[in-house]
Design a binder for this molecule. Structure first.
Ligand code: GAP
Length: 454
């Protein structure tokens, strides 16, 4: 099976976005009303993929003895965001093109022309006005709302722009309730919101997204050792889930945030270029130090072996679940020349997800809708459905059904055919190699458990 000639970045994205809609991965939010910019809905396949991604992260991060889980609320006391620096500093410089009125982040414009492709509507003529931008205004990216019925300044709340702060403010609650000792970590998965000036590239930069963050609290002085440890752990997680090694790399921050002493991004090579999917930061003692200052509560840790008190340093691993989902969608998408079985060759689109990420693990396909094959198929489906996400399909030629399952990345197709009626065996077709083997009908369940590493 040969790889088809490679697509340009734009072609690739067009095909991926179209497949995502057609096969129920990702839909535009509020589509029937024209959509809502920067927001996306996960369809039946998308939510399985996203849940598999999150559950793999959760297991790898919290099924160990030195990391605890947490699910903090999205709305937090407004002082949290003063302490974190978000009220003051979480801003982007925003400029408007004086010609077409489009709005941009100042650091993302090409000074020579506005370049807005939506200019002049459907004709997609680029706005060419040279350098005629308004001067930059600082725009805070936090979504603001009010708690209770009165819209007054004392009632302001923010939708959290990151999950990390919920962890810092619960440091002592988690430590005391679990009897953990430093070094230990707290992990959580949850929604975050940023009123991005320019949303772009599908799930890459959105206004509502999900993060998978872990804050690891360490004794000052041991921080760089733990930083290296988590950096490698996190790279390995992507590789273990089938990310191509040549599609991710580390990017070291040259300019560090004032509180950080080291920062690396894990970047993925998207069709539009390299982009961050996760940040690994040594945040020093800044976070607990600031919350101690703003809350007036003592957030020091007492080390009863060394008999000393200190503010723990934090090593943060901050991954985007939505952005990670997009990276795994890009990583999986393939178009190949494949034989049809009757001497012809056709192009098949196949999502080569790691079996752990695949939304559907196996499809049960009776070859024909007669001779008792559907009955055997539905019985097998009923036996498997409590353990795996499986799909039963009896409509269309088996070739068409294989292609449909390839498009959603189903690792195994199990066909019930005339031989099944004679000797109680089935054909198992593997998605990537398209190789087929016969196994006993009553061995299917054990086969899937083994192959899916469940
Ligand atoms: N607590 C640190 C923090 O939030 P960040 O680099 O701003 O750091 C971490 O965000 C991760 O969250 C990014 O690597 C990315 O995967 C994801 N992320 C950030 N902004 C996003 C957006 N607007 N849309 C989708 N994902 C985003």
């Amino acid at each position: 099976m040969a790889e088809k000639k490679s697509n340009t970045g734009v072609e690739f994205m067009d095909k991926l976005v179209s497949l995502c809609k057609r096969r129920g991965f990702i839909f535009q939010s509020s589509e029937i009303y024209g959509g809502l910019n920067g927001c996306w809905d996960y369809g039946p396949m998308g939510v399985e993929l996203l849940n598999n991604l999150k559950s793999s992260w959760w297991k790898s991060m919290t099924y160990r003895d030195n990391v605890e889980g947490l699910d903090a609320s999205i709305l937090m006391h407004p002082r949290v965001w003063e302490a974190s620096g978000h009220v003051e500093n979480f801003t982007d410089p925003m400029v408007d093109c004086k010609e077409c009125k489009a709005r941009f982040r100042e650091d993302q414009i090409d000074e020579s022309s506005c370049g807005n492709r939506a200019y002049q509507g459907r004709k997609a003529v680029k706005c060419q006005l040279e350098g005629k931008f308004t001067s930059a205004r600082q725009f805070n990216l936090m979504f603001k709302s009010y708690i209770g019925p009165l819209e007054e300044s004392s009632a302001i709340v923010y939708l959290r722009p990151e999950t990390a702060q919920g962890i810092y403010v619960n440091f002592h609650n988690v430590k005391d309730s679990t009897r953990q000792k430093v070094p230990f970590g707290i992990a959580q998965i949850g929604k975050a919101f940023r009123n991005e000036i320019n949303t772009k590239n599908f799930l890459f930069r959105t206004r509502e997204f999900e993060q998978m963050e872990m804050q690891f609290f360490v004794k000052p002085g041991s921080d760089m050792e733990w930083f290296s440890y988590w950096k490698e752990e996190r790279r390995k997680w992507y590789l273990d889930l089938g990310m191509s090694a040549d599609k991710i790399h580390f990017h070291e921050h040259e300019k560090l945030a004032h509180y950080a002493s080291a920062a690396f991004d894990i970047e993925f090579e998207f069709p539009f270029g390299w982009g961050e999917i996760e940040g690994i930061h040594n945040r020093t003692g800044y976070d607990l130090g600031r919350h101690q200052e703003f809350s007036g509560k003592n957030l020091e840790y007492y080390d009863d072996e060394a008999k000393e008190k200190y503010i723990p340093f934090v090593i943060e691993t901050s991954a985007g679940a939505s952005r990670g989902c997009m990276a795994f969608l890009c990583n999986a998408f393939a178009e190949e020349e494949a034989p049809t079985g009757d001497g012809k060759v056709e192009t098949r689109t196949v999502m080569k997800f790691h079996p752990k990420l695949a939304p559907v693990k196996a499809a049960i396909l009776p070859l024909v809708r007669k001779d008792g094959m559907p009955e055997i198929g539905t019985k097998l489906y009923d036996e498997l459905k409590n353990s795996f996400k499986v799909f039963y399909d009896e409509s269309g030629t088996v070739g068409k059904r294989y292609r449909r399952m390839d498009e959603v990345g189903t690792p195994y197709c199990i066909t019930i055919d005339s031989e099944t009626l004679q000797n109680q065996t089935v054909t198992v077709r593997e998605r990537d190699s398209m190789k087929q083997e016969r196994i006993a009908l009553d061995a299917v369940r054990a086969f899937l458990f083994e192959k899916l590493e469940m």
